[in-house]
Design a protein around this ligand. Structure first.
Ligand SMILES: [Zn+2]
Length: 348
């Protein structure tokens, strides 16, 4: 339900231009080479330079647009701070490139982000531990994907490194709950769980602006997911739990999401997302009431549209998130067959 949301901007900024959405906070948009289509980034005036929140997918098409901003939007001033909401490629992709591009005599800039997100970026890019392709393939197999589907998801190559070709090796750690200064204003750092290990959102009480990252989007519900590294986790509870912090934001807060249009109506959006997950869970319980099913068999219950390969990868992780939620909250049984296949059934 998005009817109670208001969208103060009719159009997004075109590539290479910017829209000032709050004093000193400029909205720019970058393309994405998959169905999500675009990402919003935020440039914040700060003294003799600019702070940027998120950096875009790490490919030439994005960097070409960055060059336009260096020349025009930024008025010859350098980027002096790089903040990153989470490790996903569209957010972290150009962090190291920008850090080197705007290096000072002390060396490259050091991005400010969650340590968990930086460590995860390296683990995913390096395919170490539970992020190995074989661990992912086995995880997908146990949750019911077919060998063909495993081939096009787990074995599709390291697409993460494609989107994040270079990564910062060090960060200035931001800890959720901290208050940090950006652009001469104080911003509260709000933790987000369920989407990535420790997503950061930034809320300025003075100007009533929330840079929500991927945690609060106007039209689509944030992907919540389970990967082998936390195979038994319940990210639906983590995500819905994280949303509660946004209820403390002022009602007329301007929400700046990573995808879609800036909006007002934060409380209505949080409530809609809570309702959305409840409804999805009820549909899932109905789907397993007659017989036990794997997470893969439940993908069509959660996603009614045709999925491309990129979307199937996230759809299975989201399906596992929902069955794990049912299991961890006592509504579903989780039964592991002799061949390792995991099925879920309604608990009586
Ligand atoms: Zn994300």
């Amino acid at each position: 339900m998005t009817s109670s949301l208001t969208f103060p901007y009719a159009e997004p900024p075109v590539a290479g231009s910017a829209t000032e959405v709050s004093p000193g906070v400029h909205w720019i948009r970058m393309p994405l080479p998959f169905a999500l289509d675009h990402i919003n980034l935020w440039l914040i005036e700060e003294g003799e330079g600019w702070a940027v929140v998120d950096t875009g997918f790490g490919v030439q098409a994005t960097r070409d647009i960055w060059e336009q901003h260096f020349a025009a939007t930024m008025g010859g001033k350098p980027i002096t701070r790089i903040l990153v909401t989470h490790y996903h490629p569209d957010h972290l992709g150009n962090a190291q490139w920008l850090a080197e591009r705007f290096a000072t005599s002390e060396g490259p800039l050091i991005p400010e982000m969650s340590l968990l997100e930086l460590v995860t970026a390296h683990a995913v890019a390096g395919g170490t531990g539970a992020h190995q392709r074989s661990a992912l393939a086995e995880f997908f197999r146990s949750h019911g994907l077919t060998p063909e589907q495993i081939e096009i998801t787990a074995n599709r190559g390291n697409t993460y490194s494609f989107g994040v070709p270079t990564r910062p090796t060090t960060c200035q750690r931001i800890i959720p709950g901290e208050t940090i200064e950006i652009g001469g204003k104080l911003w509260n750092v709000i933790a987000g769980y369920g989407h990535t290990p420790e997503h950061l959102s930034f809320y300025c009480e003075e100007t009533k602006v929330l840079i929500s990252g991927d945690m609060l989007l106007p039209k689509i519900s944030t992907n919540v997911n389970v990967w082998p590294v936390t195979a038994l986790s319940d990210p639906v509870s983590e995500y819905v739990g994280s949303l509660q912090a946004f209820k403390y934001c002022e009602e007329d807060t301007l929400v700046l999401p990573s995808h879609g249009m800036p909006f007002r109506g934060i409380q209505a959006r949080v409530e809609a997302l809570e309702t959305h997950h409840e409804a999805r869970m009820n549909e899932l319980y109905a789907a397993v009431s007659a017989e036990a099913k794997t997470a893969a068999e439940l993908i069509p219950v959660l996603f009614r549209r045709q999925l491309d390969n990129h979307q199937l990868f996230f759809a299975i992780a989201e399906a596992v998130a929902h069955v794990n939620h049912g299991w961890r909250t006592g509504r579903l049984n989780r039964v592991v067959a002799n061949d390792g296949t995991i099925r879920f059934s309604l608990r009586n």
